[in-house]
Design a protein around this ligand. Structure first.
Ligand code: GTQ
Ligand code: FE2
Length: 382
């Protein structure tokens, strides 16, 4: 049997296959010679009844990330060429590539006191989320943006950006980008910027916030909708207040929370109410002490980062205790549940949902709420 064609061998395990014979084997060799593959041997893999992601659910501990980032701070300079001291999560199902999921990059970035990361731009869309620390300004197209605990910051594609640490303490934060998606799409462009950031001032608020970060108010001078949000920083005080208010409303018997004990807000583009970046969705969630969320599946992948508190994250048949800074990758269509411990649990989440929504490939199923929606039957995103 050592001379049997690889197509025949692969077909042996698959259902609905023709009876093996020398003639069939010759046919399969013909396919191979002509670089052809029949559907009937591949259909289980290519057209499964539900998504079968190669990515797996995985938890990374912030304490370990930080330890290794600090060590990188001792040993690895930041400069032109390498560009960033960023260390990416590599999903165990994705062959060692620096991909948290097939579409999402998630990395810890680390800057030593008084250190600079050089200016560059790329078509990949980026955000930063600050789980602890402060003292770095990221300068986005000449606008200096302070980075502080709890802040969510945007660097939309093709904006020049460099970071500089103005404090005597090191700073680490989470970077999220659509690098794996852009890589798979063969759609990446990159350019070096000037050697120095052009504005080294250190304002508490960026010009983008002065113009745009006033609830419900847009500048009359602004043109129409922009593909990415014009707000460079969403400050923790606003996010925190929004979550606290949802839970206060729930306590008073009014609607607003996602489900009992679970408040959540989505960061949005104020010019159109949509997601902050064309490829990335970002949200902040708060669970009351002891709250447990309904199991939820969604097409597309996501990454959670605990911001505050302790709890347990369950994805499929895996479960992890998590604490501030810990990260969990959730593959497409895996059922996930969050549970808060004795304290409230705050979590940041980002996902590739905008891609799937725009392609009408998005489905969600929540335990106790029936089946996932069929393609073409989704309502408008809310
Ligand atoms: O800070 O500009 O984690 O360009 C990966 C690529 C961070 C950044 C990353 C980047 C950056
Ligand atoms: Fe960058």
């Amino acid at each position: 049997m050592t001379t049997v064609s690889p197509v025949t061998l692969r077909a042996l395990d698959a259902p609905g296959q023709p009876t093996p014979s020398a003639d069939l084997d010759a046919l399969y060799r013909g396919f191979e010679r002509e670089l052809l593959v029949p559907l009937w041997t591949e259909i289980g893999d290519l057209m499964p009844t539900t998504p079968t992601p190669r990515a797996t659910a995985h938890r990374w501990r912030w304490s370990e990330l930080l330890r290794l980032a600090r060590r990188s701070g001792d040993l690895v300079p930041v400069g032109r060429g390498g560009e960033r001291r960023a260390i990416a999560l590599a999903n165990p199902g994705l062959g060692g590539r620096p991909f948290a999921t097939p579409t999402l990059w998630a990395a810890i970035q680390y800057l030593n006191p008084r250190e600079d990361a050089p200016v560059h731009r790329h078509t990949q869309h980026a955000f930063r989320f600050v789980v602890e620390g402060e003292g770095v300004w990221t300068v986005v197209d000449g606008d200096p943006v302070a980075m502080r605990r709890g802040d969510f910051l945007l660097t939309p594609g093709w904006r020049f950006h460099g970071h500089h640490n103005r404090s005597d303490a090191p700073m680490a934060w989470l970077d999220g980008l659509d690098i794996p998606f852009a890589h798979a799409m063969d759609a990446t462009f990159f350019e070096f910027g000037p050697d120095e950031v052009d504005d080294r001032s250190t304002p508490a608020r960026s010009r983008s916030e002065q113009l745009w970060a006033h609830p419900g108010l847009r500048p009359v001078s602004s043109p129409g909708p922009s593909v990415s949000s014009p707000i460079a920083a969403y400050r923790w005080e606003h996010t925190d207040a929004a979550l606290a208010d949802q839970l206060a409303l729930e306590s008073a018997g009014h609607p607003g929370v996602v489900e009992p004990g679970h408040a959540a807000v989505r960061f949005t583009n104020p010019t159109d109410g949509g997601d902050v970046l064309p490829t990335l969705r970002a949200e902040m969630h708060r669970l009351r002490p002891g709250a447990v969320t309904a199991a939820r599946r969604e097409v597309g992948s996501s990454v959670w980062q605990v911001f505050d508190g302790e709890g347990r994250v369950t994805v499929g048949d895996r479960a992890w205790d998590v604490t501030a800074g810990d990260l969990v990758a959730v593959p497409s269509w895996a059922a996930s549940t969050l549970a808060a411990g004795d304290r409230a649990l705050d979590l940041f989440r980002f996902s590739d949902t905008p891609i799937y929504e725009r392609l009408h490939a998005h489905r969600v199923a929540v335990a106790g709420q029936g089946q996932g929606k069929a393609p073409g039957q989704e309502g408008t995103a809310t």
